[in-house]
Write a protein that binds this ligand. Structure first.
Ligand SMILES: C[S@@+](CC[C@H](N)C(=O)[O-])C[C@H]1O[C@@H](n2cnc3c(N)ncnc32)[C@H](O)[C@@H]1O
Length: 224
C-alpha cells in the first residue's frame, strides 16, 4: 500500500477493504450500480467499489496522488464519457457540482441518465477545445480534471485552467503518452507536456505513473 493512501482516503471520505477502495453511494442511488462495481455495506452506509482499471483517478489515488476536494467543491471535468469516474466524484462532492464536458453525442447519453438521479452532475455536450462555449453554464471551479486522449491535450487543459480555475486551486491532467507522439518514449512525452504547462504559468506539484492499472499513462497535478 502506498504511504499516502490512508491520508487521501480520509480527505475524500473513502472506505478501503483489502486492496479495494470505495466511495459512499449517493443518497438517491442506493442499490443502483453505474457500471459493474460492487455495492457493500459498512457502518450502515452503502459504498461502491472504485475500479482502478476503469478509472484513472482511482489508479492515481492508489498510486499515491494526494489532493484536496471538499463535499461542496466545484469541479470541471473534461472528457466525462458515460460517467464512470464522474459517478465516483459525484459520491465525494455531495454538496458540490461537477460540470461534465463530453463531445460525443453517444457517450453523453449515459451521463445524462446519471445526472437524472444525481443532482450534482451537469452534463455539457461540447468540445473542450472551446472553453468559452460553456461560459454561460460553468462558473469558476476548485478542481479541473481532464481525461482526453488527444495530441493537444495540454493545450486544452491550459485554456480551461486559464478560463475557469480559481487562484491557488488545482488541476489534474491524465496524460496518455501515445496520444502525444507514438514515436516518443513515454518519459519524453510527459516531459514535453510538463514543459508546456510550466511555460504557461502552471506549477507542477506531482506526477504519478498509473501502472499497473494503465500502461504509459501519468497523472499530473498542477496549481496556479
Ligand atoms: C478516456 S475517455 C474518458 C473516460 C472517463 N474520464 C472516465 O474515467 O470515466 C475520453 C473521453 O474524452 C472525450 N473527448 C475527446 N476529445 C474531446 C474534446 N475535445 N472535448 C470533450 N470531450 C472529448 C471522448 O469522447 C471520450 O469519451
Amino acid at each position: 500500500m502506498h504511504p499516502n493512501l490512508m491520508k487521501q482516503l480520509e480527505i475524500l471520505g473513502l472506505y478501503k477493504n483489502k486492496k479495494k477502495i470505495f466511495t459512499e453511494n449517493h443518497e438517491n442511488c442506493i442499490g443502483v450500480k453505474i457500471y459493474n462495481e460492487k455495492l457493500v455495506k459498512f457502518n450502515n452506509k452503502q459504498y461502491r467499489s472504485w475500479n482502478p482499471y476503469r478509472s484513472k483517478l482511482a489508479a492515481a489515488i492508489l498510486n499515491g496522488l494526494t489532493f484536496q476536494i471538499n463535499p461542496d467543491s466545484k469541479i470541471l471535468y473534461l472528457g466525462a464519457a458515460t460517467g464512470t469516474t464522474v459517478s465516483h466524484i459525484s459520491d465525494i462532492v455531495k454538496d458540490g457540482i461537477i460540470y461534465s464536458v463530453e463531445n460525443s453525442a453517444i457517450a453523453i447519453k449515459g451521463l445524462i441518465q446519471l445526472s437524472e438521479k444525481r443532482n450534482n452532475i451537469i452534463p455539457i455536450l461540447e468540445d473542450a477545445n472551446h472553453p468559452d462555449r460553456y461560459g454561460s453554464i460553468v462558473s469558476n471551479v476548485d478542481l479541473i480534471y481532464q481525461d482526453i486522449s488527444q495530441r493537444n491535450q495540454a493545450q486544452i487543459f491550459i485554456s480551461n485552467v486559464e478560463r475557469y480555475l480559481k487562484k491557488n486551486k488545482i488541476g489534474i491532467l491524465m496524460v496518455k503518452a501515445r496520444s502525444i507522439d507514438v514515436s516518443l518514449k513515454p518519459s519524453k512525452a510527459y516531459e514535453l507536456v510538463c514543459k508546456e504547462l510550466e511555460e504557461n504559468g502552471l506549477k507542477i506539484k506531482d506526477k504519478i505513473d498509473l501502472s499497473p492499472y494503465e500502461k504509459d499513462h501519468t497523472a499530473i497535478l498542477v496549481s496556479i
